[in-house]
Design a protein around this ligand. Structure first.
Ligand code: G16
Length: 544
């Protein structure tokens, strides 16, 4: 018989959820009561869940299994009636969103630090998603944070650990725990959205995909859908076994951490499409044979072509992008005559737009794309939509991309990241920038004249909530733009992100290399903010 136990505790400092939940080093989460305090604070901030269903799962990183057991016991002790957990404690972030929605759960807890490295010295994270399947909005995360500062006790079950490998329902205190196949619900949803028959025929006809699952959670999903269901040859999915330390790699699908994939795609015998996704499966990297597709371009091209997939026949009702994402999507929205929404960084800001039916597709420069099928960004979904488009258009990725630029113009785009910068220096840089906003318009930096300068503030068109200080935007006379903001997902020091964008309408000049096309603007970005002088960094750590 399992007994409920009430355990005394003390608050921990700094349990404030960032862009996407609470992310800290594994060693921080391993402190006794640390995870428990946060989970109890989540439950204490919610109402009316007695007897309701909670979904629990994570990306399989180090500490995932232990944390899942802790959460199951606490959820049962706090009065949830039914808890759905992915086999082995696994659920990709989009699959968790899919299960929450499809099974009408009250909410879900997702364990992940996304693209951050794993292992005993790596990062861990936890976030709460609400009943629409999306990340909790700020009013909920603010309440959770407030609770972490006053918490005095948590509730748990005195019970042995559950067998997470056995599918099916088990009694657990006053609750029922069902261990579910982490892939099944998600696979069924994908089969409803995409033309699986056409993609299957394309694979049978020789279409080649390389999918790098980066030893993270999407391996089982990609194998089940791409190889087993769609008939891509075995070996299409590489690094497909989830490992607690992601094989020692950084599960961030960008050109630095997925370099092997990039090299293969630029090589002589490259497949038609190369793709990768991150730790928890919500991000995607898209590379065609001989061409890297920036996430911003990918969003625009997917939006322009999504009517080719059965789930999106009417095309998008609206498009949403985060503020630092390039404005390539805006051009598509204009052509289609649908609205384009500009939101702060963080997938949670898309939730209200999707729920209200204002936007069908959303995307971010940080390799996230998704639609109203779930309330998270979805890496494998983006790859399947690309496959559906390739199957329908029977053109190489490069041809599709070039045609798109010719029709809409090209937005040369790069993000420069300065990682683990001294937090004081980074904050100083941002306040100095904010301090000179009024004086910038009219100033010239070489050929670049500043026309607009502001600190992005967003009013949600659906619920009216206001989010301020979301990043400094500098606009130039030729339509170029530089954006500065500090990352909300790092776990050490500060990460300064500088987003640089230049619009090129002339088809004859659209083939220029991006770094060359942006070199002048990058120098202006440095000068304007004093990056080198203030941070001591001559070069960014990562350029994506
Ligand atoms: C999270 C958020 C995204 C955001 C990204 C980067 O992604 O869900 O909306 O764009 O972080 O945020 P930042 O620039 O603040 O580091 P993920 O994949 O880490 O959950």
């Amino acid at each position: 018989m399992a007994n409920i136990r009430v355990v005394a505790t003390e608050p921990f400092e700094g349990q404030k959820p960032g862009t996407s939940g609470l992310r800290k080093r594994v060693t921080v989460f391993q402190q006794p009561r640390y995870l428990e305090n946060f989970v109890q604070s989540v439950f204490d901030s919610l109402e009316g869940f007695a007897g309701a269903t909670l979904v629990v799962g994570g990306d399989g990183r180090f500490h995932n299994r232990e944390a899942v057991q802790t959460i199951l016991k606490m959820a049962a002790a706090n009065g949830f009636g039914r808890i759905l957990v992915g086999r082995g404690g696994l659920l990709s972030t989009p699959a968790a969103s899919c299960v929450i929605r499809g099974r009408r759960a009250y909410g879900g807890i997702i364990l992940s630090a996304s693209h951050n490295p794993g292992g005993p010295e790596g990062d861990f994270g936890i976030k709460y998603n609400i009943g629409n399947g999306g990340p909790a909005p700020e009013r909920v995360t603010d309440a959770v944070f407030a609770r972490t500062q006053s918490i005095r006790e948590y509730r748990t079950l005195d019970a042995p650990d559950l067998d997470l490998e056995r599918l099916g329902t088990q009694r657990f205190g006053g609750a029922e725990v069902e261990v579910i196949d982490p892939v099944a619900d998600y696979r069924d949803l994908m089969a409803r959205l995409f033309d699986f028959a056409a993609i299957r025929a394309a694979f049978a006809g020789g279409l080649r995909l390389r999918y790098d699952a980066m030893h993270a959670v999407t391996g089982p999903y990609a194998k089940a859908i791409v190889e087993d269901e769609l008939g891509a040859p075995a070996g299409t999915v590489v690094n497909g076994t989830p490992l607690p330390d992601f094989g020692g790699h950084h599960p961030d699908p960008n050109l630095v951490h997925a370099k092997a994939l990039f090299d293969e795609m630029m090589g002589p015998d490259a497949p038609d499409l190369g793709a990768a996704s991150d730790g928890d499966g919500d991000r995607n990297l898209i590379i065609g044979r001989g061409v890297f597709v920036t996430p911003s371009d990918s969003l625009a091209i997917l939006a322009a072509n999504m009517h080719l997939a059965p789930g999106y026949r009417g095309g998008p009702k609206g498009i949403a992008r985060s503020m630092p994402t390039s404005r390539a999507a805006d051009q598509v929205a204009e052509r289609l005559g649908v609205p384009c929404y500009e939101t702060p960084t963080g997938w949670k800001f898309f939730g209200t737009l999707l729920d209200a039916g204002l936007a069908t597709i959303c995307g971010e420069e940080s390799a996230g794309t998704g639609s109203d099928h779930v309330r998270e960004k979805d890496g494998l979904w983006a790859v399947l939509l690309w496959l559906n488009i390739l199957a329908a258009r029977r053109q190489p990725v490069l041809g599709i991309v070039r045609e798109h630029w010719r029709a809409h113009g090209r937005n040369h785009y790069a993000r420069h990241d300065y990682e683990e910068v001294d937090a004081e220096a980074a904050n100083g840089l941002m306040s100095a920038l904010r301090g000179q906003l009024g004086a910038l318009p009219g100033r010239r930096f070489g050929v670049h004249e500043v026309t607009t300068a502001d600190d992005f503030a967003y009013t949600d068109p659906v619920d009216g909530s206001v989010s301020e200080r979301q990043g400094v935007r500098i606009g130039f006379a030729d339509g170029s733009r530089v954006v500065y903001r500090l990352s909300g997902t790092g776990t050490a020091g500060a990460t300064l992100r500088v987003y640089i964008e230049r619009f090129e309408p002339d088809p004859d000049r659209q083939g220029e290399d991006t770094q060359t096309a942006l070199a002048g603007l990058a120098a202006v970005a440095d000068e304007l903010a004093g990056i080198r002088a203030r941070t001591g960094r001559a070069e960014p750590d990562v350029v994506t």
